[in-house]
Write a protein that binds this ligand. Structure first.
Ligand code: PLP
Length: 421
């Protein structure tokens, strides 16, 4: 089935009422038939609902449907993109281990890996997504994850996914790909060798900036990689916190199962049924929206490239962009999502343009149907010096746009008046 058909139907069987829209199961807990039934659910002899911190029928549809879109086996919804990323890493690594991350990461992921994971005894090592030659030399027998973004936020680079997953596979290491900006509509990392995909559902999945959420997806047949793999004894040796369960022996997708039974159960970063329902609504139109976001962004990028005040435009759909080749290889029809950035001469000039736009909202979000503008040097990257800004690819005059679904004529006209104000 085509992705758009799955986005409307996958994972949902209508109840006895014939309910067309997926119902919101707004409940904390579920009644067991009798003591034996309860015992069977707790021992996984039978699968079913226990408590909404572990599972919920609305969230279940969201998880099954999203797994289908990515072409994965199973998924686990979480309360935010950050918790999905934390779960993806903490499921594989513990104190004394290390992970290898692309330098070009979302700000929150960068802080998580450099500072917060360090407090848990997990070391992060970094490689440049444009130069994977040093990647292999960072690996040792304590390396548990290679983590990168398919389309990076905010630097807007496209990873050479196959080169990275090949190195991970050679060493039996799990690769984790953040596919938030590309979405499964434009890019499917499992087809290029990835093991785990994570998303912030707060962006294109909800699509209208309605809710914070995240999801972790496991590829098909991951069990083969984990079985007898000395790096991942937590999956192939008995789990003392779950009466000696051996995850790879359960015949259930082991990565999401362990993330659910240990991390979600104990840390509690669960998606609320209502938010899961909002994500289901968003998914129905995801592929239609991604086409329009990409089309608008490309036209806006062409306009900006032709404007004398603009020094440089970063959009992987432009032939002038260094990511163009990877974008053509990894993205459906070369469509590159709605994120772009451009550079003007100075900090002051950038601030003037941002203030002069009327249609673009000054917001630190992306993936909304409404267009968004941000000036990293005055907000997310405020603490950095001019040299530091240049080093991390965020010059003082850089403006980032999340191109929305307004008419492109209006978006260009507003940008033109702001540039010339
Ligand atoms: C927003 C974002 C996140 C974090 O997601 P939240 O839902 O805000 O926790 C992670 N990765 C990328 C690429 C993002 O854009």
């Amino acid at each position: 089935m085509d992705l758009q058909t799955k986005a409307l139907h996958a994972g949902y069987t209508k109840d006895s009422q014939g309910t067309m829209a997926v119902p919101i199961y707004q409940t904390t807990a579920y009644e067991f038939r009798d003591v034996q039934h309860a015992a069977d659910l707790f021992s996984l002899k039978e699968l079913g609902n226990i408590y909404t911190r572990l599972n919920n029928p609305t969230t279940d549809v969201f998880e099954k449907r999203f797994a289908e879109l990515e072409g994965g086996e199973a998924a686990l919804a979480t309360s935010s993109g950050m918790s999905a990323i934390f779960f993806a890493i903490a499921n594989a690594a513990e104190a004394g281990d290390n992970i290898i991350c692309a330098r070009q990461l979302y700000g929150g992921s960068l802080t998580l890996s450099t500072h917060t994971l360090k407090r848990f005894g997990i070391e992060a090592r970094f490689f440049n997504v444009h130069d994977t030659s040093s990647l292999e030399s960072l690996i040792d027998d304590k390396t548990k994850v290679i983590f990168f973004e398919s389309l990076t936020n905010p630097s807007i680079d496209v990873a050479d996914i196959e080169v990275i997953t090949k190195i991970a596979n050679k060493h039996g290491i799990l690769s984790v790909v953040d596919n938030t900006v590309a979405t499964p509509v434009l890019c499917r990392p499992f087809e290029h060798g990835a093991d785990i995909i994570v998303h912030s559902a707060s962006k294109y999945t909800t699509g209208q900036g309605l809710a914070i959420g995240g999801i972790l997806v496991e590829r098909k047949n991951l069990i083969e990689k984990l079985k007898a793999n000395p790096r991942y004894e937590q999956f192939n040796k008995p789990d003392a916190s779950y009466h000696g369960l051996i995850y790879v022996d359960t015949n259930l997708p082991p990565y999401t199962l362990r993330a659910r039974l240990s991390l979600l159960r104990d840390l509690g970063a669960v998606s609320s049924p209502f938010n899961s329902w909002l994500f289901i609504q968003g998914m129905e139109t995801l592929s239609l929206r991604m086409r329009e976001h990409s089309k608008n962004a490309l036209e806006l990028a062409h306009f900006l490239e032709s404007h004398p005040k603009v020094k440089k435009v970063n959009y992987p759909g432009l032939q002038s962009n260094s990511n163009y080749k990877n974008a053509q290889k990894y993205f459906d029809n070369g469509a590159c999502s709605g994120l772009l950035s451009f550079e003007v001469e100075t900090f002051e000039e950038a601030a003037k343009i941002v203030n002069a736009t009327k249609l673009y909202s000054l917001v630190v979000n992306i993936g909304d149907s409404k267009s968004i503008i941000t000036h990293p040097a005055s907000t997310t990257h405020q603490q950095l010096s001019k040299d530091e800004l240049n080093a991390c690819g965020v010059p003082a005059g850089l403006i980032r746009i999340s191109c929305g679904l307004e008419s492109i004529m209006d978006l260009i006209a507003d940008m033109k008046q702001a540039l010339e104000a």
